[in-house]
Design a protein around this ligand. Structure first.
Ligand code: PLP
Length: 491
């Protein structure tokens, strides 16, 4: 029964919560029966909802009915077996359960004082993750909401560290600072640089090689040119696992240059970082021990619900110099003996994200997580082989991890005679045709200017059968494309 004035009724809550848990269990086991993404046009959900808030209380039953009728059909289902878009934003039963507890407790984790166990669990889980990644003890971790935020935090710290070192010298002015990354970096990287105050014209997109990774020689040259022009190189962001193709920048060489030139080296391993917990994949982190900061997202490929980003920093004093504040109203008795994570980033109020990380790591164990990542990498290699062996398709980049990037070349042998523009248009139509089936969702990218389709693996429930079905669907849709037709439907 709806209540007129809000109050807490434990028995009512218990009954409704049980009902929702039943709904969740059914959803998780049957999500594959739904279309992977909605086909209704923009505005459909808004127009099905009242324009003004309800003046009086509505019942749980009414709210749930609208949730099922309006909201769920308007969602893209990231846990669907046909969801291979972007990078996975995955979850898992233990993570979901921990999120339920977090919501019930409503913990506020800005200071040790506001939730001592949350702060200490964050320290413990970040130390576990450090060990799992094989990072040196010089790194200390903190949980941020997203990799975008972590990279912004790194760029602000890099800016302040450089300005602090340069003292009052003219060369140390913020409008003289330069930063370096590549066009293959996630857009959150140049955005973080801009937000940290680097002038757009001082953000350098360093040239990449044939495999889409940064060329260290080009970085060195760009730094030399900037110094000759009286600018102050301050930061370089290397990517381990680019969004477009999982290219891995040569971090050992970049670290050498950053060390010699006094640049802050931040490594963005947002998705691929999870693979470093597998011993035989640890090579992807070569050189990362010489970075100043590293970010990776357990919310992408380690079964933790969005959001949960692990940010590791070597010089925590530098971080604190940029972010620590101590207003009177936040002062607490133990401040000199504890960590207050509000001082390690932008937010004051912080969610209790360590709990879901703890549930996940304990439930699967390190070996369980390693086994899942190994399996996804195996499936990525299998699909990569199928693509390579099919003369109508082209593998657009090496696929050492669980992302396969390809394009359809057409029925004639190879792509001889076809121009890239035509192939681009054909692949755009192929993607639209695949999406029109409601069975699969993929995303596109451009590599060296060429349109390419990305298939990213990484959900807890992904099987070889799912990948086989996806590949079958892609081949069928490609072969049914009507040459030159703008109609995305499969005829
Ligand atoms: N860096 C890379 C390499 C990514 O692929 C992504 C997202 O896919 C990001 C950063 C941004 O991650 P977030 O959504 O956690 O900000």
């Amino acid at each position: 029964m709806p209540t007129e004035s809000p109050r807490q009724d434990a028995e009512l809550f218990r009954r409704q919560a049980h009902e929702i848990v039943d709904w969740m269990a059914d959803y998780l086991s049957q999500v594959g029966r739904r279309p992977v993404q909605p086909s209704a046009p923009p505005g459909t959900v808004r127009s099905a909802l009242p324009k003004s808030p309800p003046p009086v209380a509505e019942s749980f039953e009414q709210i749930m009915a609208d949730f099922e009728r309006v909201i769920v059909p308007g969602l893209t289902h990231c846990g669907h077996p046909g969801f291979f878009a972007y990078f996975p934003a995955n979850n898992s039963p233990p993570s979901i359960l921990a999120e339920m507890l977090t919501a019930a407790i409503g913990a506020q984790c800005m200071s040790w004082n506001t939730s001592p166990a949350a702060t200490e669990l964050e320290q413990v889980t970040m130390e576990w993750l450090r060990q799992m990644l094989g990072l040196s003890e010089q790194f200390t971790g903190v949980i941020q909401d997203t990799a975008s935020t972590a990279t912004l935090v790194a760029m602000i710290t890099a800016r302040d560290a450089t300005l602090g070192r340069e003292g009052g010298k003219a060369a140390g002015r913020v409008d003289r600072l330069t930063a370096y990354t590549t066009l293959e970096a996630n857009h959150s990287v140049p955005k973080g640089m801009r937000l940290a105050g680097f002038r757009p014209e001082h953000i350098r997109m360093v040239e990449t090689g044939p495999e889409n990774a940064m060329l260290p020689g080009a970085l060195q040259l760009a730094i030399a040119n900037d110094k000759a022009a009286g600018l102050t190189p301050a930061a370089v962001v290397a990517t381990v696992g680019t969004t477009g193709s999982t290219a891995i920048d040569p971090v050992p060489a970049i670290a050498g240059i950053a060390g010699r030139e006094g640049l802050w080296l931040h490594v963005d391993a947002a998705w691929a970082g999870s693979a470093a917990i597998v011993p035989e994949m640890r090579w992807i982190f070569a050189g990362v021990e010489r970075a100043d900061s590293v970010v990776f997202n357990p919310h992408k490929w380690m079964l933790v619900n969005f959001d949960c980003t692990a940010f590791f920093v070597r010089d925590t004093d530098a971080l604190l110099r940029s972010f620590a504040t101590s207003p009177v109203f936040l002062k607490a008795a133990y401040d000199d003996r504890v960590v207050n994570f509000r001082d390690w980033g932008i937010q004051l109020g912080r969610r209790f994200r360590a709990l879901k990380l703890w549930f996940v790591i304990r439930t699967y164990g390190v070996q369980g997580l390693q086994a899942m990542i190994r399996e996804h990498i195996r499936l990525g290699a299998l699909l990569g082989r199928w693509v390579r062996e099919d003369p109508e398709f082209e593998l657009m980049a090496p696929s050492p991890l669980a992302l396969v990037v390809f394009r359809y070349l057409g029925r004639e042998s190879g792509n001889a005679g076809r121009r890239d523009g035509e192939i681009d248009a054909m692949n755009e139509r192929l993607l639209a045709a695949l999406h029109a089936t409601g069975k699969i969702m993929l995303t596109q990218t451009r590599l060296k200017g060429k349109y390419a389709i990305r298939l990213a693996l990484g959900h807890l429930t992904t099987t070889e059968d799912d990948v086989r079905k996806a590949w079958q669907l892609i081949k069928e849709a490609a072969r049914k494309l009507v040459p030159g037709s703008p109609d995305p439907r499969i005829p």
